[in-house]
Design a protein around this ligand. Structure first.
Ligand code: DC
Length: 228
């Protein structure tokens, strides 16, 4: 069967990554979480003190960006984790602190250029599922299968809230909902590569779908795409 590139874009916390990982495992593809890459850059900037009082020291970030190495590792159970300069930062990049600063960091043009270049290199051999916001529009506009995933704000906030609780955090639902809406707004209105559905993407609203239903739906789209 031919090896294709699958671009999965959509709103935050709509379950894209869970779906993408499940399919990748079933069909033996590499899963690439591009949101984790922007999160890792954000963590780096926070640790270096480049983000203060909601303003970003872009010049310092720009000069240190070439020294940031982002990669993915796998634990004994095959679960993927994100590494920043060789350190496993998976837990830290999912917390509220990184979540509340990642959208402005990911709106910076030189940050996007650097990440897109790495993402193209990672996907150059095909057989990848890449999940993000601009994969079908910018990173791989020729991807053979493009999916745009969405769900209602409230359902996405509830999913994110449950995820944070399961990780031992103590979030307030209204704050999580606010963060989801703010990120949607910034992601969709930024000047460079705003979040939008590629013209040839297939939309999936999974607000009222079970995991099994969405996995099955995605498998069907994949099978159709490889047979074309
Ligand atoms: O998928 P996520 O929620 O982990 O993504 C974190 C942030 O990164 C999100 O607010 C938007 C940004 N992002 C982006 O701008 N482009 C991508 N390809 C992936 C994520």
């Amino acid at each position: 069967m031919r090896k294709i590139i699958i671009a999965m874009d959509g709103h935050s916390s709509c379950g894209k990554s869970t779906m993408a990982k499940t399919l990748a495992k079933k069909i033996g593809y590499t899963y690439i979480d591009t949101g984790a890459m922007y999160r890792a850059v954000t963590l780096f900037a926070l640790r270096k003190g480049f983000i203060r009082d909601n303003s970003i020291d872009q010049e310092s970030l720009r000069s240190e960006l070439p020294g940031i190495e982002i990669s993915f590792g796998h634990d004994d159970e095959g679960k993927q984790f994100t590494m920043l300069n060789g350190e496993n930062v998976e837990r830290e990049i999912r917390g509220m602190e990184v979540s509340s600063h990642v959208s402005p960091i990911s709106a910076i043009p030189f940050v996007r250029e650097a990440m897109v270049e790495q993402q193209r290199a990672m996907g150059s051999k095909g057989a990848v599922i890449m999940d993000g916001r601009d994969i079908g529009t910018t990173v791989f506009p020729n991807a053979q299968l493009k999916i745009f995933v969405t769900a209602s704000d409230e359902i996405r906030a509830r999913r994110r809230y449950d995820e944070l609780v399961s990780k031992g955090e103590n979030p307030v639902y209204e704050d999580v909902l606010k963060n989801v809406r703010e990120r949607d707004y910034i992601d969709s209105h930024r000047a460079v590569s705003p979040l939008r559905k590629a013209d040839d993407a297939i939309v999936l609203d999974n607000s009222h779908m079970t995991y099994d239903e969405q996995d099955q739906w995605l498998m069907e789209q994949y099978l159709k795409a490889v047979q074309q």
